[in-house]
Structure formats: C-alpha cells, structure tokens
Design a protein around this ligand. Structure first.
Ligand code: GLA
Length: 410
C-alpha cells in the first residue's frame, strides 16, 4: 500500500517524474508559480541601465539602447529585454498610484517604442518603502504597482530588497533572524501573487544579494532568477570572486529558474579584452542571465564581437539549462565544465594569475574531466577546430580563457 501510494504521489508531482524518491538531504525544487508563467525557459538576455548609467538613466538613454540592440545585431543574437533599473520612480498620488519622475515622461510610450522594435521592457522596484537609490518602493502598494506595470506593458521586474530590511525586517522582528527571513520571503511571494493577478507574463527577478540561500526557496516564491551575490563591479577581482562564489550552486539552476551572478560588466570600466572575454565566457558557462550593462551607442567593435559571439551565447542558452561546475583548479588556473544538450560538453580554462601562462606550464588533464583524448573541439574564441589531447599544454595570457565545445566527448 505504502509503495503504491508513493508511486501515485510521484506520478502527480511535476518535479519528480524522472526520479527515485529523493533522499531527505537532496534538493527538490518547491512548486514554482514562476514555471506557470512559462517565461525565462533559457536565461534572460538583454540590457540593463544600472552598470553604466547608474542614477543618471533617462528615457532617451533607454530608447538609444533599444535602437542599438537592433543596429548592432545584439537583438538578433538574443538580447531582448531592455531593463530600466532604479531611479525612474516619481511620487504617488492621492490614490496611491505611482508616477514616473521627469526623466521618464511617459512610460507607456516608452514601452510601446521598445515593443515596436521587437524587444521587451523591464522595470525595477523594491518590497521596501524606498529603493536602494531612495526612490519610491512598492511596500503596501504591490497589487497596484503590478497592475500599473502590466498596464504599461512591462515584461520583466527586478525586485530589490533595499529598505525592506531596515523598515520592515529590523523593525518588526529585531534580533529574530528566522522571523526576518520569513518576512523577506513573504514579501517576495506577495509580489509574485500581484504579478500573477496582473495577468501579464512578467519575468520575476529577485535581488536580495543571495541572503538566506535564496536559491533554495526562490522557485517557491515564483522567482525566475535570483541574485546570488552583492553588486558586481567592473574589475577582475569582483568578477573572479563572484565566479568562485557560484561553485556549488549548479543544482539550483534550470529552465524557468536561474542563479543570477549579477549583470554583465563587459565593456565597462578598465576591463581588458581578455577579462571581458573571460567574464562573458564564464557567465555563459554559469547559465547566467546575459544582461549587458555597457554604453551601447559607444561600444567598441571588440566589445560588440564579444557580446555577440553566437557560439558562446549558445552555451548560455543551451536548452538543458545545466549550469557549469568547477572541475578542478591547479595553481592559478581553473577548469570548469558544462554538460550540453545532445551529449556535448563545454570546457573553460581560465588563468586567474597575474602572469602569462601562470607560473608554470599548465597541462589540461582530460582524465580529471572524465574524458580521454584525442577529442575534436571547437575553440569558441578563435572559431578554429582543435584537438584536445591528454595532458595537453595550455598557454593563456593573464585573466584570459580557453573556451571549447566538444560535440562528442565520449
Ligand atoms: C542595488 C542592486 C543594483 C542596483 C542598485 C540600484 O545595489 O544590487 O543592481 O539595482 O541597487 O539602486
């Protein structure tokens, strides 16, 4: 009796169709309302205003970004979301309806413009009374704001914890961490319900910097993606430390629900070309959202070539959604692998050291990846076919990457 009851239960659950009963410690995603929206079946791709414009973004900057996504071929490569981050918000009127500030005179018209280009519009808010940049947040206005976004034609919401912590968590549950986390999860679930009631498929992006192992409960509050880290900066130290924080999170990613190691800094700050390449390669390996954050109208051809590398984008967008894992590290070199559909595999080797070739000749061990050479592979940055052999020497400039795709690893 018990065995057949178990079988029925498993047959009814959409999450265990392929599995034996899971051991108590295994990760079993909680039922996700996000999956019912059927958005973000691959990691979202697009552009976001924050990393370059910060507080200064205007309606015109967003229109320019939409124009450039089309003109540069980025739209054709998959970049669809045009996301306005913080600082678009104005005041609420007597009915509680939120208005835009003078930088964004007409959000509906802006949404129509973005949509007319075949793109989608994203917006930003906070479960707190104020956003991180101290503009109006959605606290106590969740349903009203979700309906407003839907009426404008918004397709994506980034919901950033910000002042919810001081105004609600610290105030309502001082010194009670468990209760504080419950309040936070409830706030995210509340906006999920509001978005669903608004009746438009809106990608739901959680931003609370990875607190309380958000990857374990994000799907249960409808999240399509959740930030796993603090804010990224356009320098190697930030990018490399965020990359390493992702080791161990692979099992939480999959179609409809993704780990978000933060938006791209490709083309920003003083990142060198190898650093830009490595950043982009590794975010693709991580099945991360690819949200460019650079100044699109002034992008160099080299940066454009990185952001539009179709082979690398195909790794990110692989339909299985299996995030890469770090296979091994040796000295200052790290090797990551990612399983792809059709039995293919991507291998990334990065040199995190300050010197060319690191401090020693590095030999890539195929055996440590469970593989045997020789193997035919495509180098995704040169476009050339190469042969991988056991213990082959790999020479990499400082902060550069070798990214290959092996069609038939076994
Ligand atoms: C936080 C987020 C950033 C950005 C800013 C906007 O710092 O982590 O990504 O959205 O707020 O104020």
């Amino acid at each position: 009796m018990r065995a057949s009851a178990l079988l029925v239960a498993f047959a009814l659950s959409p999450f265990v169709a392929v599995a034996q009963p899971a051991p108590a410690s295994a990760h079993v995603p909680a039922p996700s309302s996000a999956s019912s929206r059927m958005v973000a079946q691959t990691p979202p791709m697009g552009w976001n205003s924050w990393n370059f414009f910060h507080r200064n973004v205007t309606d015109q900057d967003v229109r320019n970004a939409a124009d450039e996504l089309v003109a540069t071929g980025m739209k054709d490569a998959g970049y669809i979301y045009v996301n306005i981050d913080d600082t678009w918000e104005g005041d609420r009127d007597a009915n509680g309806v939120l208005h835009t500030n003078s930088k964004f005179p007409d959000m509906k018209a802006l949404a129509d413009y973005v949509h007319s280009k075949g793109l989608k519009l994203g917006i930003y808010s906070s479960p707190g009374p104020q956003t991180c940049a101290r503009f109006a947040g959605s606290l106590d206005h969740e349903a009203q704001d979700a309906a407003l976004y839907a009426s404008w034609g918004v397709d994506y919401l980034k919901y950033d914890l910000c002042t919810f912590r001081s105004a609600v968590m610290d105030t309502q549950a001082p010194n009670d961490n468990v209760e504080q986390m419950r309040l936070m999860r409830d706030a995210y679930a509340k906006m999920d319900k509001a978005l669903q009631a608004a009746g438009r498929p809106i990608v739901y992006s959680l931003c609370q910097y990875g607190w309380d192992a958000v990857w374990e409960w994000g799907p249960s509050v409808g999240a399509n993606l959740w930030r796993t880290t603090g804010d990224i900066q356009p320098n190697w130290q930030s990018i490399y430390s965020i990359l390493n924080e992702q080791a161990g999170l692979a099992k939480y990613a999959g179609p409809g629900h993704w780990n978000d190691p933060d938006m791209l800094e490709v083309g920003n700050g003083k990142l060198s070309l190898p650093e830009n390449r490595t950043h982009f390669s590794m975010w693709a390996m991580l099945a991360a959202p690819l949200l460019a954050g650079n100044d699109l109208p002034h992008m160099t051809p080299e940066v454009r070539a990185i952001l539009t590398n179709r082979d690398v984008i195909a790794i990110d967008q692989d339909r299985l959604g299996h995030q890469a894992t770090r296979a091994y590290s040796e000295g200052e070199l790290d090797v990551w692998t990612r399983h792809l559909s059709g039995g293919a595999m991507a291998i990334a080797v990065i040199n995190a050291g300050p010197d060319r070739y690191a401090s020693h000749p590095f030999h890539l061990s195929l055996a440590k990846l469970g593989l045997h050479g020789p193997l035919q592979a495509k180098d995704l940055w040169t476009g050339r076919q190469i042969t991988l052999s056991d213990n082959m020497p790999v020479e990499l400039a400082s902060h550069d990457v070798l990214l290959v795709r092996v069609a038939s690893p076994r």
